[in-house]
Design a protein around this ligand. Structure first.
Ligand code: MD3
Ligand code: FE
Length: 203
């Protein structure tokens, strides 16, 4: 089924389930080349979420700020190729949500453990806000926070489960969002981890 959570945002419940093993194989291939790591924020904190990237461009943060790079600062090599299973799923989900011809060039892969959280933020480092973002949730459930266009507004809480895919775009593209601190509710396939990857058009 689908849950409408904004004028141009939809949760496709279980949409990724048929592809889970191919997607996890993709995550393994990516993390073999570019492992998960905890990056520093410009404010001097270490992120509780570990991340890596695949595709032409990867999102990174350090003491100097947030940016997209072609080279993984940890490996010194280009980010790993976008696995075909990621691209196929993202294009199918985007089309289901009314965004035809989605051509992502960046994929940020986040790994959560119990206690990890993502504080409210906007995704503003992409060049083209007309393209949607497709997000795929695997493993432990999370509570996603969906706010408005200002940090201070009301937030709705949206539970996201293993296999859910969310497509965000249009008027919802710059809404504040985050993830509540993770509870330890181990998943049969992924244990005490949640993996979320987001496909974007960044360049
Ligand atoms: C809504 N990740 O990586 S994915 C992120 O679950 C991020 O790991 C979260 O926020 C996670 O930046 C949420 C869903 C998401 C991604 C981008 C959005 C929701 C969004 C951009 C605009 C509005
Ligand atoms: Fe985000």
């Amino acid at each position: 089924g689908r849950d409408i959570i904004g004028p141009q945002s939809v949760v496709l419940r279980g949409f990724a389930l048929p592809a889970v093993e191919a997607l996890l194989q993709g995550v393994d291939a990516v993390t073999t080349q570019s492992p998960f790591r905890h990056m520093e924020t410009p404010g001097g904190y270490t992120m509780s979420v570990a991340l890596t990237n695949c595709g032409t461009l990867g999102w990174a943060t350090d003491a100097h700020g947030y940016r997209y790079t072609r080279i993984d600062p940890l490996s010194g090599q280009p980010w790993p190729d976008l696995p075909e299973a990621f691209l196929r799923l993202a294009q199918q989900a985007a089309a289901e949500a009314g965004f035809a011809n989605f051509l992502p060039d960046a994929c940020l892969v986040n790994r959560y453990e119990p206690g990890s959280r993502l504080s409210l933020h906007q995704d503003k480092n992409e060049r083209d806000y007309a393209a949607p973002i497709v997000s795929v949730s695997l493993g432990m459930p999370a509570v996603f926070l969906f706010g408005g266009n200002e940090r201070t507004g009301k937030t709705q809480r949206v539970p996201l489960f293993h296999g859910d895919v969310v497509v965000w775009g249009g008027v919802d593209r710059l809404r504040y969002h985050g993830v509540m601190p993770m509870q330890d509710r181990p998943h049969p396939r992924l244990g005490s981890h949640r993996i979320n990857f987001t496909l974007r058009k960044a360049g």
